[in-house]
Design a binder for this molecule. Sequence first.
Ligand code: NAG
Ligand code: NAG
Ligand code: NAG
Ligand code: NAG
Ligand code: NAG
Ligand code: NAG
Ligand code: NAG
Ligand code: NAG
Ligand code: NAG
Ligand code: NAG
Length: 607
Amino acid sequence: MISRWPIAAILIAALAEALAAPPNMVVKERVNVPSAWVRRGDANKADLISLSVALKPSNETAVYDRLDQTSDPDSDSYGSHLSREEVFELMSPSNSTRQSVDQWLSENDVQSYSTPSYSPAGDWVTFEVPVSVAHKMLGGADFGVFEHRSTGERVVRTTEYLLPRDLAPHIDFIGGTTYFSTARSLRIPGRMIKTEAVDSLLQTNILAAVGESSKPSSCNVSNVKLDCLRELYGTIDYTPSAPSKGHIGVAGFLEENANYEDLEKYLKDQRKDAYKGNATFDYVTLNGAQNNQNLSEATGEANLDIQTVVGVTWPIRTTYFDVGGRPPFLADENTKKNTNEPYAHLNNYLLNLTDDKIPQVLSISYGDDEQTVPEAYARRVCWQYAAMGLRGMSVLQASGDGGVGAEEGDVCVTNDKKAKKTFLQSFPSSCPYITVVGAVEHFAPEVVATYNLSGISSGAGFSRLFDRPSWQNKSVADYITMYLGTRYHGLYNPMGRAYPDVSAQGSLFSISVGGKFGRISGTSASTPLFASIVALLNDARLAENKTVLGYLNPLIYKKLGNTDAFNDIVNGSAVGCGVDGFPASKGWDAVTGFGTPNFKNLLKALP
Ligand SMILES: *[C@@H]1O[C@H](CO)[C@@H](O)[C@H](O)[C@H]1NC(C)=O
Ligand SMILES: *[C@@H]1O[C@H](CO)[C@@H](O)[C@H](O)[C@H]1NC(C)=O
Ligand SMILES: *[C@@H]1O[C@H](CO)[C@@H](O)[C@H](O)[C@H]1NC(C)=O
Ligand SMILES: *[C@@H]1O[C@H](CO)[C@@H](O)[C@H](O)[C@H]1NC(C)=O
Ligand SMILES: *[C@@H]1O[C@H](CO)[C@@H](O)[C@H](O)[C@H]1NC(C)=O
Ligand SMILES: *[C@@H]1O[C@H](CO)[C@@H](O)[C@H](O)[C@H]1NC(C)=O
Ligand SMILES: *[C@@H]1O[C@H](CO)[C@@H](O)[C@H](O)[C@H]1NC(C)=O
Ligand SMILES: *[C@@H]1O[C@H](CO)[C@@H](O)[C@H](O)[C@H]1NC(C)=O
Ligand SMILES: *[C@@H]1O[C@H](CO)[C@@H](O)[C@H](O)[C@H]1NC(C)=O
Ligand SMILES: *[C@@H]1O[C@H](CO)[C@@H](O)[C@H](O)[C@H]1NC(C)=O
């Protein structure tokens, strides 16, 4: 495993030498090849690749500044969400930026290969050109075919590219170049959910280890069903009263398919009223995704998400947004699964929806190691989440399933030549503009989800890219002082954005996949559950003609945290990287956030 590093290091040294900068061009971005990838050869010069230029917005802080106001419960503008056009205006590049980029595209005759397509806000332009043209446009960027060591997936990428000196300040980055995280490498089926290997564990005495005396009678620790979840968090006797106004979305990637028959089967088992009411969901396909209803190809993540959301929120409108990853231009067998920017693609799509179509809540159960995501890309996607907050969206993100690591048995080292020991934080969890959800198991008390029972360890971390935001400054500083001290010094960034923010049950949910019931654990389960509770809170507000909650974090940290709106979790820790990891504690902690939701108390506490 460790021998990967010298290989990557030699490659980068060779490239750096090869790329003596042409005159008037500057290096725009340079990355290390993530350790999971190896270069297999040069890209075919005639192959078309898709490039997406992220144009610099004319005012880089405008989105953040505005969101600070609309999301701060103490501000007069709290809840004053913006329209699509208002948000686009805040995101748009200046005319001179747009002109510089257009000029560059026409100088390189891009139009003769494909028509450049601008995003609605004008902040992205996407086009396809042959590798040979991209090579020239990007200062001799050396496009190679890289293969993922474990999945065998291949992508065309470069580790470095240049831009004309005059153009460079107008552009944040060029997508499709250095982004090695692909659909497959999000590796959710392995990382965020575990379906098997649980029953044998359940035979042992772990169940006896935790007192279960005061749990709801509907709760079975080894087989968690809807009645239990709805009773536990207090939504079971709540009937949505403005369902036609509410809307919750579920993000899907990796050709995960949400199946109607499976939903029916699940509801028949666990939510008879919704079953009788013909509960369903809308299926939106993006970027070449297919709505595949073949039951024998049904997949765990999509069905877990949809069943949980419809089960808890019915009859509120639910939409599954299935983002494909098969650009039609790459005929090559080896690159047909090449995905460029799955998150950015979905975000652009959602931002272009009008108020009547945009989901006010979005649940995302996908993620990747933060250090493998190029910084400029991560910042852009995070900025998009802020813009979505301005539209009134609450985005809920799974914290990951490997504690302070990424998954069980991970090598916890930095992705550079130094290969220094480090905890692994995930993206987009590390972005401050989304609300990150951890997972718990057991009921009385709820404890951090463990490998022993759930088969996962609830994800936790401190970003190395994003600074600690002011709204969590005190909670996190107090936690570090009281519970960490110098422990794990150097393995995490104590000044970074810390996550999760909240948590929910994420252990052994009983769901239907491919016509059969199975049990699935993960922050993949806790996230749609928490998102559903936010959708119910929105419903209560919409019924009173109040605005939806939108971006939640300032509200959670300033008003709701450390109150009875959350059940504080104090047992367990973010086991990973061969250590116990961050412990749960009284108040906010870096493994369960403020804890699990109490719906009734949340309703009372909302502004
Ligand atoms: C950017 O927007 C913020 C707030 O929206 C404003 O205060 C600031 O003056 C703007 N900056 C520029 C350079 O226009
Ligand atoms: C930018 O261009 C648009 C459309 O071409 C034009 O309407 C607008 O006035 C221009 N803005 C500035 C500041 O020049
Ligand atoms: C949880 O932690 C509390 C306080 O440290 C302790 O008293 C209790 O025994 C723990 N419960 C479990 C199930 O670990
Ligand atoms: C709990 O669920 C397990 C697994 O399905 C089952 O074997 C057990 O009988 C259930 N316990 C109760 C009390 O229903
Ligand atoms: C559900 O669908 C069935 C079959 O189409 C129909 O007969 C029934 O009236 C529907 N129920 C509701 C509550 O819409
Ligand atoms: C459904 O999927 C299975 C397994 O991939 C496949 O064998 C079968 O042909 C598919 N059925 C249809 C109708 O496409
Ligand atoms: C944005 O939405 C409008 C309709 O409101 C649609 O006409 C347009 O094609 C959309 N743009 C993109 C890039 O999806
Ligand atoms: C998990 O099980 C192992 C072996 O029984 C035990 O040593 C460990 O303490 C358990 N971990 C947790 C978090 O319960
Ligand atoms: C965070 O807290 C530290 C120490 O309490 C303080 O020095 C710093 O100014 C705070 N930062 C923000 C952004 O509030
Ligand atoms: C909400 O607004 C509608 C339409 O304006 C009105 O009919 C209704 O009475 C209002 N409801 C409340 C609770 O204010």
